[in-house]
Design a protein around this ligand. Sequence first.
Ligand code: CA
Length: 482
Amino acid sequence: MRHNHGEAVMSSKPNIVFIMSDDHASHAMGCYGSRINTTPNLDRIADGGMRFDNCFCTNSICTPSRASILAGTYNHVNGVTTLSTPMDNRLQTFPKLLQQHGYQTAVFGKWHLGTGPEHCPTGFDDWAVLPGQGLYHNPEFIFNGPDGGTRQNVHGYVTDIITDMSLDWLDSRDPQKPFCLLCHHKAPHREWEPDEKHAAMYLNEEIPEPDTLYDDYSNRASAAAAAEMRVGVHMEKGDLKCIINKSLPEGELRKWAYQRYIKDYLRVIASIDDNVGRILDWLDHENLTDDTVVIYTSDQGFFLGDHGWYDKRFMYEESLRMPFIVRYPKEIRPQAQCGDIVLNVDFPSLVLDLAGVEVPGDFQGRSFRSQLRGVTPPDWRTSFYYRYWMHKAHHNVYAHYGVRTHDHKLIYYYSDGLGQTGAIDESYEPEWELFDLKKDPNEMHNVYGDPGYATVARKLKDELHRLQDEVGDRRYALDTDD
Ligand code: CA
């Protein structure tokens, strides 16, 4: 026996450190082959464990993805379909179950599932969360307390503060019991305000541009051109911290604004990386590394100038993909990779499985613990269902749903608010998009309607409807089997 401090209980129940950032795309992480930055501390997690190369969200927006990650259900089931539908805190979640099974539990940082007595964190021994999006500098926090908690400002930079709170809680824990810490960073969410330490990074550098920065949205359904999230023209002064000259030709404006935007995005990520390093150092120092599952993920991906955009929401690759790296030396060999399709709704099942706690029958995800040991179960999924409900409300992105397999993606823009809270009730003619991800990984050519893809389209439509039945969602009235 080693590194055990004589605490027998620790060997049977692993500790869980679940670190989640907000809008951190995997193509801005060194361990995912980033061309634009380095993340040495995040890479420590991947180097010591497993990198998932096909992890996806089922609705690419903050609040809904966070609800799926806690409650293990799709948004039509947990009711958190948009940013305006806070999560009912009576729902069953994985932290509640861990707490009931002897874990010390805490969450610090971004919550974004609503505030007040009905929506504040439950299932945690301690918590302190940002109201709504929170601020980067000297943020207000809501602290654990009666009637939804008490508010107080905290001096400092948000990523440092969230890490300080996490480490203070870890230091004060009962070492006889396992712990589950949720460390939820606000960064790198818009408006990307770096701290002093990282403000001068990249000052005299040119960051490489993505291949699709100058996308003109031809060969796609009308939703792409209609979206109002283009770098430059659809940004505000606060995004770029200066006056934006919108009379410039758009290509020129986009080129300039990309550099300003992406540098701040990467600077706030540099602070996350440093602070993740502090947590990993603490685990090393306490000899807890072998007994602790460390996960790093983000609530969805982000367009890093890809398709000329910032933001997320679309079922396109850059926003659909989530980073997911996990280290647990007792079960995962170093520098492992997995290409199986795993989803945000799977995370609670995985964590409960690792903790030896039975997964409730109404959780819709599936544990991928077997993959951690290098084994893909023979009946593992080869497709998944996605839905974005928040029709037009932000950035004029149309409501859509779809299916992705390893090779193809079929998207149906039903383009209707359907009376959802947080969506706009206007409807447009529905449209389909089909992408051949092997031939067209950047998704620049919609091949729906191309006779050469008729069989593929037919099969994907059937698969989409099968998945809707499986997860219990309803298809749009005009989406027929024809
Ligand atoms: Ca987010």
